[in-house]
Design a binder for this molecule. Structure first.
Ligand SMILES: [Zn+2]
Length: 199
């Protein structure tokens, strides 16, 4: 039996978690209920991965995994980027198609894109074909996930990143300065940490 006091503590920690969710500034704007639910779920997965990556850096600093992606960068500088993603100051929207009239979004060759300085994120048709979160644990290689793409886009929206290299292997060949501001680097490292610590 769980003592009443423990239940109260559980209730308090749950409401704190709910409050943390509520402060997220990106709003899912998608009229299709099925896609709205999927996007909301994957956005939560992405924010969870970014939070786990931040905690991993706090605990492990410049370990071999960190150095493989971020080289000589200060772990604090990288952790700050993940914390900016998790903090999500917005305000901004995450759109599914049809996109709002007049936005002139070209999805050719893209899973998603982010406009700055608005921070609005547009999810393209190919985003839906990416793997779900569980693939990070079930695939032998590093799965390309919908959540990973959202980490990439949120790094543009909240942490001022750019697109220097779009693959995980290519991300490891960048200069330290470019690695610190490369969006895909944040997606790859977060997925690697998730696979290493959560599966
Ligand atoms: Zn990008």
């Amino acid at each position: 039996m769980i003592p009443a006091k423990a239940l109260i503590i559980l209730a308090v920690s749950y409401s704190a978690a709910a409050a943390a969710l509520d402060k997220r500034a990106h709003v899912v704007s998608c009229a299709d209920p099925t896609n709205n639910e999927l996007i909301t779920q994957e956005f939560g997965n992405a924010m969870n991965m970014a939070s786990i990556a931040s905690q991993y850096i706090a605990q492990n600093g410049a370990d071999p995994l960190f150095v493989s992606y971020f080289m000589t960068n200060d772990p604090v500088a990288v952790k700050t980027k993940y914390d900016q993603i998790v903090s999500d100051v917005g305000p901004a929207d995450i759109y599914c198609q049809p996109f709002p009239a007049g936005r002139n979004v070209n999805c050719s060759g893209l899973n998603a894109l982010t406009r700055t300085p608005s921070g609005n994120i547009y999810l393209c048709p190919s985003w839906y074909n990416l793997a779900d979160q569980s693939a990070l644990c079930t695939q032998s290689g590093l799965a390309s996930t919908r959540s990973g793409t959202i980490v990439h886009e949120m790094s543009h929206a909240e942490a001022g990143t750019h697109d220097h290299n779009g693959s995980c292997s290519g991300s490891k060949t960048l200069s330290p300065a470019d690695a610190l501001e490369n969006a895909t680097t944040y997606s790859c490292f977060a997925r690697e940490v998730y696979k290493k610590t959560q599966c």
